[in-house]
Write a protein that binds this ligand. Sequence first.
Ligand code: NDP
Length: 326
Amino acid sequence: MTDYPGQAAPRDFWALTCDPLRECGDGEVVAAIDTVSIDPGMSGWITNKRSYMPPVKPGGVMRAFGVGELVESKSDKFAVGDWVTGLTGVQTHGVFREGHLRKIDASLAPPQKFLSGLGMTGFTGFFGMSDIGQPKQGETVVVSAASGAVGSIAAQIAKAAGARVIGIAGGPDKCAYLQGELGLDHAIDYKNCNVGEALAQACPDEIDLYFDNVGGETLEAVLGLMKYQGRIVVCGAISQYDDFAGAQGPANFMSVVTHSLSLRGFTMADYMHRVPEALDWLVPAWKEGRLKMREHVVEGIEHFPDAFDMIFRGENHGKLLLKVNG
Ligand code: NDP
């Protein structure tokens, strides 16, 4: 890490280095990191724009959520062999304070699931939809980036609540997955149609609830179709992440006033204290086959720059992960 380019980070912005591990002190552990999560939000961690976390220090280890196994422990809370998750960074090994990591039960599911539907993105879809969106039987719910890590969980939660769910995703394969695998009522391939027209056709009774992952033109199209007193959960705006400074709001923002809409943003940090509640729902739902979660795994830490680019081109299908220790 040398400077702050955000999503536009060129290849030579990243460096793969081999550095000695510092010694493990009292209350610390050493983890062999297995897999790290590649998230759209990483672009916000390498900009100087005001955000919910400070940027990564130039020259530092790129921040990332990861899972790994402990190979040394000087902590009463952890033993060698424990599987853990937390902000491990994009590295194969690391020394961490015990409070920095959370133990995971690797007997419940393969560790990579704890970065996917049973991890931060799953929790985001779960709380964003169930706690903020509160979908109801018979409502029309629209989810953008619906085949992705957060969107797929959010969409399935709305479906489980009895809503009619329309997913928006890029390309025929992702749309087939939304209807075939996830059982959504309708899918819109925004890359191959006029999204406003397609939404108007798919939502003849207008939209009660929109779970927004992308912002931009899709948000504008949805705003024009929201029901009086409709709700919008603002989870992300990936279409705007390449130009934080130049991002434009929707031209029809006044719909919020004219239709008495509620918009509520959030970050998962607001819900960290409620993670056990999410797991209580997500784990059995996944084990019983009521909840689908899919991962897209790239192998090799040296491929981090490619994986980082992939997510902004929509080349991932499922939670994008990077296996760093083979
Ligand atoms: P995904 O697994 O959904 O991957 C990102 C997807 O976004 C891509 O595959 C692509 O799918 C779509 N996409 C990329 N560029 C664009 C674009 N310009 N316009 C429309 N769609 C685009 O990622 P996540 O599930 O991890 O993240 C989804 C959203 O949730 C992001 O906005 C992210 O920042 C946000 N988020 C928010 C959190 C919070 O705490 N509030 C926590 C985690 C994530 P397609 O092929 O369909 O275009």
